[in-house]
Write a protein that binds this ligand. Structure first.
Ligand SMILES: [Zn+2]
Length: 177
């Protein structure tokens, strides 16, 4: 973690061959696509091959988006041959792209799913919360945290966001009594 490491992010994630090399990103995407079938069977959801492909592509999209954002610290393999276009060095365009992707995701989710009004409102509210969090992260100056605190914070917040999304996904109109 380096204060002012890039304009948009203080996170100097310089060693991540397991999560972030191109080779492991391909592997993780394959694992996700393959796990989708047993997961569907286990949860009783309908399985289609194209959905498994979309899951794999969604996992891989992380690497593509990181390629755009990261400052030349993404390894192609192991911990070498590093790439990254460094959009994090440009605070406003980076912020705009981030929010545009969030808004696009929300619009897709709302337009492609039939859902009760309560879930629609929850999705939009959660989007606003994420927007505020991103404004804080990008524009509000703060002291650099220790690596440990950063790792812990990222872990806690990402888990929390996933849990909130899961709860929203389960929202139904309360049955009339
Ligand atoms: Zn990443």
């Amino acid at each position: 973690m380096i204060k002012g490491f890039t304009a948009g992010s203080m996170l100097d994630s310089y060693f991540h061959p397991y999560s972030h090399s191109l080779i492991t990103a391909v592997l993780w995407s394959g694992v996700a696509a393959l796990c989708y079938k047993p997961l569907c069977r286990w949860l009783g959801f309908r399985y289609t091959k194209s959905a498994a492909l979309i899951v794999g592509a969604a996992v891989f999209s992380h690497w593509i988006l990181d390629l755009i954002a990261h400052p030349r610290d993404l390894p192609i393999y192991d911990n070498s041959a590093k790439v990254g276009f460094g959009l994090w060095n440009y605070r406003n365009p980076e912020f705009a792209l981030e929010i545009a992707l969030l808004a696009l995701g929300i619009c897709l989710y709302l337009s492609r799913n039939i859902m009760p009004a309560i879930r629609k409102r929850a999705v939009i509210s959660f989007g606003i919360v994420l927007l505020v969090v991103q404004i804080g992260d990008t524009y509000v100056p703060r002291a650099a945290l220790t690596d440990r605190a950063t790792a812990l914070g990222v872990w806690i917040f990402y888990t929390l966001f996933v849990l909130v999304a899961l709860i929203i996904e389960k929202l139904r109109t309360p049955a009339a009594k």
